[in-house]
Design a protein around this ligand. Structure first.
Ligand SMILES: CC(C)(COP(=O)(O)OP(=O)(O)OC[C@H]1O[C@@H](n2cnc3c(N)ncnc32)[C@H](O)[C@@H]1OP(=O)(O)O)[C@@H](O)C(=O)NCCC(=O)NCCS
Length: 298
């Protein structure tokens, strides 16, 4: 193990948000630069518009989970942070980063221990890991099972888009329905996280007597979270999202585990291609299905 840096680990505050946003953007970008494949587009740092979304999500976590949000300080400067939430009996790690110049010196280990203490009463744990070998080492040593994540990407073949009926726009009035789909798939509801997701994404909902599903959809048509009680309804909301992508423009669906071949099959039918990146890290549970998790809200 490398020499330990003397870092002060303390609860994160609202005034740390900007520094933490910059650290996560820089360290995630550095990982992307190290791990992206040649056939993929060159990685770009998180744009300022998405930095705002990151700060809004994290501000909510500071309110709902003050005990799950920690920063590390060296000589009075914030050099890292870990943001985690507890939803029902699930611990969720949303963000975890140390500034590149301070990595590999034990700061991350201390941050992760503080965040995991917040989840000590939980039965389950769930988060998305980057492909960073240091992060993956920490997660496996902390006892998590690593499930490789695939993603599908490409321009959606318009002629492949099926007619899907009974998919409608969702709203805050659907949160009880969304929470019950979450419990059936993920084993824990998102609760107030739905309010944050509703602010940042379009929500679509499918309700049929045979099952129900929902998806949060980014501006470019990418479904960033899909959950359903049946593969059929989950596939239909994924199609509805992809159909909203701009013709001729590439779109990606991230975080597909092997337990969710229905999502691969939708992507393949849309003539998108399959790649692999990072892991879904789990404790006390099997990979959720039919389910495509969000990167930080899971
Ligand atoms: C993940 C991260 C937060 C860990 O913070 P850190 O301060 O570097 O963590 P630590 O020094 O406590 O531990 C890192 C471990 O990975 C090891 N490591 C570092 N680079 C490695 C590599 N290329 N291959 C294998 N192990 C590596 C270190 O030796 C250390 O293990 P050890 O303590 O058993 O020797 C930090 O590296 C980071 O910000 N990474 C980039 C962002 C990221 O991917 N975050 C996770 C998002 S899910």
């Amino acid at each position: 193990m490398a020499a330990m840096t003397q870092a002060l680990i303390r609860p994160a505050r609202e005034s740390d948000l900007e520094a933490m946003a910059a650290i996560t953007a820089a360290s995630y970008h550095a990982v992307d630069e190290r791990t992206f494949q040649r056939a993929w587009p060159d990685p770009v740092p998180r744009p300022p518009s998405r930095n705002g979304a990151w700060m809004n999500r994290t501000r909510q976590a500071l309110r709902t989970d003050p005990g799950g949000c920690w920063v590390a300080e060296v000589d009075g400067v914030v050099v890292g942070g870990a943001i985690s939430r507890v939803r029902e009996l699930m611990w969720i790690l949303a963000s975890f980063a140390v500034t590149p110049g301070h990595q590999g010196q034990g700061v991350g280990t201390q941050l992760l221990a503080a965040a995991m203490h917040h989840g000590r009463g939980c039965l389950r744990g769930m988060f998305a890991s980057s492909a960073d070998p240091g992060a993956v080492r920490r997660y496996r040593l902390a006892g998590f099972t690593l499930h490789p994540q695939m993603f599908v990407t490409g321009v959606v073949d318009r002629s492949a888009i099926p007619v899907v009926d009974r998919v409608r726009e969702g709203s805050a009035g659907d949160i009880h329905l969304l929470d019950s789909i979450d419990r059936a798939t993920r084993g824990a509801a998102h609760l107030s996280d739905h309010e944050v997701l509703l602010e940042q994404f379009r929500l679509i909902v499918c309700e049929r007597s045979s099952g129900s599903a929902y998806a949060y959809v980014a501006e470019d048509g990418a479904p960033v979270l899909v959950a359903g009680t049946t593969r059929r309804t989950a596939s239909d909301v994924m199609w509805e999202a992809l159909a909203s992508s701009a013709p001729g423009t590439s779109v990606a669906v991230h975080h597909v585990t092997a337990a969710n071949e229905w999502a691969l099959d939708v992507g393949l039918a849309a003539r998108m291609s399959v790649h692999q990146s990072g892991y879904l890290c789990l404790r006390g549970m099997a990979p959720p299905s039919p389910y495509v998790h969000h990167g930080s809200m899971l």
